[in-house]
Design a protein around this ligand. Structure first.
Ligand SMILES: [Zn+2]
Length: 134
């Protein structure tokens, strides 16, 4: 039980970190392009073209276009949210046994967790099981 909790906390922390990096990357992009956008008559297309033309130089040898920063930010944000959702699910799981009922053959069986899709052990169909009483 404790191990599950610790694992979950680290995943939660990781997801927050990823979200934070994503937000910083996207904010950085906005800050970098804001002066040109605010003086433009067509902010959206200016923003899009800036993504492909503006470059960020970290050192002489390492520079990249803004678009990569946006992609990086999106990827970080999405994986952060996914991890966060996973870490929430793990909280529900710990060893709870429920009775599933197959909607086709109406047979019941016991299993751990709450899965949305399972193979019925009797008729071997992939089913959305009904949760029967414990
Ligand atoms: Zn069945």
């Amino acid at each position: 039980m404790r191990r599950v909790l610790r694992k979950q906390k680290s995943v939660y922390a990781l997801s927050l970190t990823l979200c934070l990096i994503g937000i910083i990357a996207l904010l950085g992009t906005l800050l970098k392009t804001y002066p040109q956008i605010s003086s433009s008559t067509d902010p959206f297309s200016t923003f899009l073209s800036l993504l492909w033309t503006e470059k960020i130089t970290i050192s002489q040898a390492f520079e990249f276009r803004l678009i990569y920063l946006v992609i990086l930010g999106d990827v970080m944000l999405v994986s952060g949210v996914v991890l966060w959702l996973l870490s929430r699910q793990w909280l529900v799981v710990p060893g709870k046994t429920v009775w599933y009922q197959c909607p086709f053959c109406k047979k019941k069986w016991r299993a751990v967790g709450d899965k949305a899709l399972v193979h019925c052990p009797y008729c071997n169909q992939l089913v959305h099981p009904l949760i029967a009483e414990k």
